[in-house]
Design a protein around this ligand. Structure first.
Ligand code: FMN
Length: 177
C-alpha cells in the first residue's frame, strides 16, 4: 500500500482565543508535504458534528497537535476521544506536543495512556516543541533541523503502522465488537 492511499487526520487540540495551535499544525503539515499524503484537519475550536465522526471513522491514522495545560492535554481533546470508540481502534497515533520547558511531554505521556485504552497504537517517535512562541517569524513557526528531522521520524513510523494495520483492520475487525 502506498502512503498516498492512506488517510490521516490531524487534530488541533487547543481552542482558546490567541492560541498558537494552528501555527504549530501548519508547520507540521508543511514539513510532511513531501510525503504526498492525504491529511485532513479537525480543529477542536470548530463545533464537532456527525462529519467529525465520519472523518475519524475513515482515518488510517492520527496526528494530534496538543499543548500542555497544567501538566496534561486540553479537556476538549479528552471529550473528543471519549465521544468515540471504534473510530480510534487499531489505528496509529503520533503526538506533536508543545509547551514551555517540557515541550508538552507530560501532555503527550498522558495521551499515550488514554489512546492505549481505545486500542490505538502510539508511535514511539513524536515531535516535542519547546516554547514555539519564541520561534515565530512573519506568523509562521521556524524551527531547526533537529525539529524537522523529528517530524520525519514520527511520520515514517506513523505510515509504517498505518500500512500494517489497515488491511488487518479490515480483515479482522469486521463484525467484531
Ligand atoms: C491554562 C494553561 C496552563 C498551562 N500549563 C502549562 C504547563 O503545565 N506546562 C507547560 O509547559 N506550559 C503550560 N502552559 C503554556 C502553554 O503550553 C502555552 O501557552 C501554549 O501556547 C498553549 O497552547 P495554545 O496557545 O495552542 O493554547 C499553560 C497555558 C495555559 C493557558
Amino acid at each position: 500500500m502506498k502512503p498516498t492511499q492512506l488517510k490521516f487526520i490531524l487534530i488541533i487540540a487547543s481552542v482558546r482565543s490567541g492560541r498558537i495551535g494552528p501555527t504549530v499544525a501548519q508547520w507540521f503539515v508543511d514539513q510532511v508535504a513531501p510525503y504526498g499524503i492525504d491529511v485532513e484537519i479537525i480543529d477542536l475550536a470548530e463545533p464537532t458534528s456527525p462529519l467529525t465522526t465520519e472523518l475519524l471513522e475513515k482515518a488510517d491514522g492520527f496526528i494530534v497537535v496538543t499543548p500542555e495545560y497544567n501538566h496534561s492535554y486540553p479537556g476538549d481533546l479528552k471529550i473528543l476521544i471519549d465521544a468515540h470508540g471504534t473510530q480510534w481502534k487499531h489505528k496509529p497515533v503520533t503526538i506533536v506536543s508543545y509547551g514551555g520547558m517540557s515541550g508538552g511531554l507530560r501532555a503527550a505521556e498522558h495521551l499515550r495512556a488514554v489512546f492505549a485504552e481505545v486500542y490505538s497504537v502510539g508511535t514511539r517517535n513524536g515531535v516535542v516543541i519547546h516554547a514555539p512562541w519564541d520561534h515565530i517569524t512573519d506568523g509562521r513557526l521556524v524551527l531547526d533541523e533537529d525539529a524537522i528531522a523529528s517530524t520525519r521520524g514520527a511520520m515514517d513510523e506513523l505510515i509504517w503502522w498505518a500500512e500494517l494495520l489497515k488491511p488487518e483492520r479490515g480483515a479482522r475487525d469486521e463484525g467484531a465488537a
